[in-house]
Design a protein around this ligand. Sequence first.
Ligand code: MD3
Ligand code: FE
Length: 221
Amino acid sequence: MPHQAMERRKNAAATPPGLRLYRGLLGVTEQARLLEEIAAIVRAAPLFTPRMPNTGRPFSVRMSNCGALGWVSDREGGYRYQPRHPRTGRPWPPMPQMLRRLWGELTGYPAPPEAALINHYPPGARMGLHVDADEQARDAPVLSISLGDAATFRIGGPRRRDPTASVRLHGGDVLLLGGAARHCHHGIDRIHPGTAAVPLPEEIGPGRLNITLRRVTPPAQ
Ligand code: MD3
Ligand code: FE
């Protein structure tokens, strides 16, 4: 059977156009350095547990941010970007240069990222299928960096019932979501405990970290 047909049988769907996976882009030394920077960020801006709008149901993923804006969610205010940490009230820590540089090199987008959302998945955490739609810069891609344990990532289409494909993401993998992929449903089905080449820092705990770089506001003309 041809390789492509084999891939489709396994996944039920091909990945959408605009998805580019850079497997192992970050070596173990870069992963360790980035993890140290993230550890310092979460000391200043502690990981918090976001809650679903209306129901107040907690996410199983913990979050923090760096950059000018951060994504937050709670029962009363819903999903949004804001310039301050929801608990400390302080501005988010600055975005590490390594992240700003990766964005410039891989996206070619004419403006820098404004938010880096940090997601921590303890073993057993997951993220249901959703579309990222809280950014006004609709043409901007999202750049995702995986650290720690591997995860099963799932991506579908613009409609919730569209067929999905699964991709395993490992620490050091970088995923670029541009074009059509940017507006597709996606989520994390499971974390694979004990698979990290570079484990997360003690103070964060075991599991997986994902950092997504985002442009929120449209660049000025
Ligand atoms: C496809 N994060 O933070 S990263 C998220 O692993 C999110 O933490 C997952 O979904 C994680 O919103 C998946 C890959 C990713 C990130 C953003 C996307 C895929 C995306 C936005 C649009 C389409
Ligand atoms: Fe998302």
